[in-house]
Design a protein around this ligand. Structure first.
Ligand code: 13P
Length: 251
């Protein structure tokens, strides 16, 4: 009942030309796949180049970040309306790299999720513990704090489109995937927190993606876990063949 989502976060990779080449490779490989939502998130400058190439492929576009004001004197920022204008329907918010390198906090993540929802964008809301937090036994308290603060002031009706992405920081770009059991345990916990913040029916509907070294070789095991509803893929989304193999995890 929760439609799987496979999203590719291209991070700081791919010029316009490279992005078009990747889509040209990817699109035929995922043609005919049904029952999976496919999303790609290029850098801002590439967004407006892709809608024409994606037309008819069923692949949706996401920004990698967004600011909460619609317009104004905010040098360097991009608003929800501008993302929509560039062809995006989704936006990644609160990625751990933004939290670590660019001063993103639970409070700014909350403002961005609210602005994205107001602007009719689907937020892909990232949470996840660092290695230090996991080793200190703080995984669940970190996840609960990130969820509670990130979703503050958002009611059940507003929450409906929100996609949560659980990305343990120690598994990102390291080749160390969480085991199926570790991932499932965190996802079940996340769904439990959503049930506590809202109600069980809301938690049953929210999609929770796993991210962190997802590859064609491990996607099947992860996707067989009852509370894992998709993947947020970094490195393996940069090649058509590996991303398509992840999209086709059901085969
Ligand atoms: P990797 O798949 O490269 O580990 O990156 C995961 C990620 O950060 C996706 O947002």
């Amino acid at each position: 009942m929760r439609k799987p989502v496979i999203a590719g976060n291209w991070k700081l990779y791919k010029t316009k030309e490279e992005a078009l080449a990747l889509i040209a490779e990817l699109a035929p490989l995922v043609a005919g796949v049904s029952g999976v939502e496919i999303v790609v998130a290029p850098v801002f400058t590439v967004l407006p180049t892709l809608p024409a190439a994606l037309s008819g492929t069923g692949i949706a576009l996401a920004g990698q970040d967004v600011f909460w004001e619609e317009e104004g004197a905010f040098t360097g920022e991009v608003s929800p309306r501008m993302l929509l204008d560039a062809g995006a329907s989704h936006v990644i918010i609160g990625h751990s790299e933004r939290r670590e390198y660019f001063g993103e906090t639970d409070a700014t993540v909350n403002q961005k999720i609210k602005a994205a929802l107001l602007g009719a964008l689907v937020p892909i809301f990232c949470i996840g513990e660092t290695l230090a937090a996991r080793e200190a036994g703080e995984t669940f308290s970190v996840l609960e704090r990130q969820l509670t603060m990130g979703l503050a002031g958002i009611d059940a009706a507003q929450l409906a489109p929100v996609i949560v992405a659980y990305e343990p920081v120690w598994a990102i770009g390291t080749g160390k995937t969480a085991s199926d059991q570790q991932a499932q345990e965190a996802h079940a916990f996340i769904r439990g927190v959503v049930a506590k913040l809202y109600e069980q029916a809301v938690a049953d509907k929210v999609r929770v993606l796993y991210g962190g070294s997802v590859k064609p070789e491990n996607v099947k095991g992860l996707m067989s876990c009852p509370d894992i509803d998709g993947a947020l893929v970094g490195g393996a989304s940069l090649k058509g063949a590996s991303f398509a193999a992840i999209v086709r995890f059901q085969e």
